[in-house]
Design a protein around this ligand. Structure first.
Ligand SMILES: C[S@@+](CC[C@H](N)C(=O)[O-])C[C@H]1O[C@@H](n2cnc3c(N)ncnc32)[C@H](O)[C@@H]1O
Length: 290
């Protein structure tokens, strides 16, 4: 795949992802990896993180002794990843077309990265690329936001965000069940760099307070009208398109790519899939019959 076609849409907000979602998501994503993957592979084996982003999770696993490689399409995300996980290897490539020899004991992809793959044919290509990179019997774990979950939660409102003394960000997401597509928007507000009127102490304290978990609803309300709160901060938006895949469609694509023993789990590792969480698929590289 040429550089132009490589998925690189996270370049623009890599700096923000690196200090917000990167560290936060890596903590929650470690749980399914520890429950569903690590008990089934030997320590210090080779593991590949596809769509590794800023490499925070790669670092947590390097610290546990695994030989980590991360792959991502965004050069800016990988620049942070190399700093966050200095012992790991990183590969700048697209998940749909990368080619690696069968050297990995396990491959994973987290934080619903694969919802960015916009067709089932391309998702199957990702599965084929992962299959080729796994050793025989190797394991593949990934999560996807699923249609029922996105229908329930992605209704257009602001779902998360944060306010600091010189920038604020918010994420709004929307899903259209009729064609299983959706998007999320990252909205960014930045204070002027040569701010002549820096924030006064009461406002600074208010913003700090609003970031408390207990005040999430209020914070999201403020963020929804943030351009009125800080009239001279510059706002910008980036939109990311996603695709929702019914479980059966994903399973068929996995089987077509050669995977077997497919199990579906929640983040906590149980098998009652609900509308409140993404679904984790775990499967084996089966030996192909010729
Ligand atoms: C939501 S972030 C998740 C990053 C990381 N896995 C985490 O848990 O924080 C999605 C990542 O997937 C990458 N990505 C999306 N589609 C890709 C593709 N086709 N090829 C390579 N990387 C891709 C983006 O560049 C981004 O870094």
């Amino acid at each position: 795949m040429s550089k132009e076609n490589r998925y690189q849409e996270y370049d623009t907000w890599a700096w923000l992802y690196n200090q917000t979602m990167g560290p936060e998501y890596s903590k929650s994503q470690l749980q399914p990896i520890e429950t569903l993957l690590l008990p089934k592979i030997a320590k210090n084996t080779k593991v590949l993180d596809v769509c590794c982003g800023t490499g925070h999770l790669v670092q947590l696993l390097s610290e546990k002794g695994y030989q980590m490689t991360g792959l991502d399409g965004s050069e800016a995300m990988l620049t942070y990843a190399s700093k966050n996980a200095p012992q790991a290897q990183f590969i700048l490539d697209d998940a749909r077309t990368f080619e690696l020899p069968p050297i990995f004991d396990a491959v994973f992809s987290t934080s619903a990265s694969l919802n960015h793959i916009m067709s089932i044919d391309e998702l199957k290509q990702v599965f084929e690329r992962v299959y080729a990179a796994l050793k025989e019997n190797g394991l593949f774990l990934f999560d996807l936001n699923h249609p029922n979950q996105m229908t329930k939660w992605w209704t257009g409102g602001i779902a998360e965000g944060e306010i600091t003394s010189n920038y604020a960000w918010a994420i709004a997401s929307r899903y259209y069940p009729q064609d299983n597509t959706g998007y999320f928007k990252v909205i960014l507000f930045q204070a002027p760099t040569n701010q002549t009127n820096p924030l006064k102490l009461p406002k600074l304290l208010l913003y700090k307070l609003l970031n408390l978990r207990i005040l999430t609803r209020l914070r999201l309300k403020v963020l929804a009208r943030f351009s009125q709160w800080e009239k001279n901060w510059q706002s910008s938006e980036i939109t990311y398109h996603v695709k929702g895949y019914p479980h059966a469609e994903v399973e068929s694509a996995l089987i077509a790519a050669g995977f077997s023993d497919i199990e579906l789990r929640t983040l906590e590792g149980d098998n009652t899939i609900d509308e409140n969480h993404s679904v984790y698929f775990i499967c084996h590289k089966a030996k192909k019959c010729h």
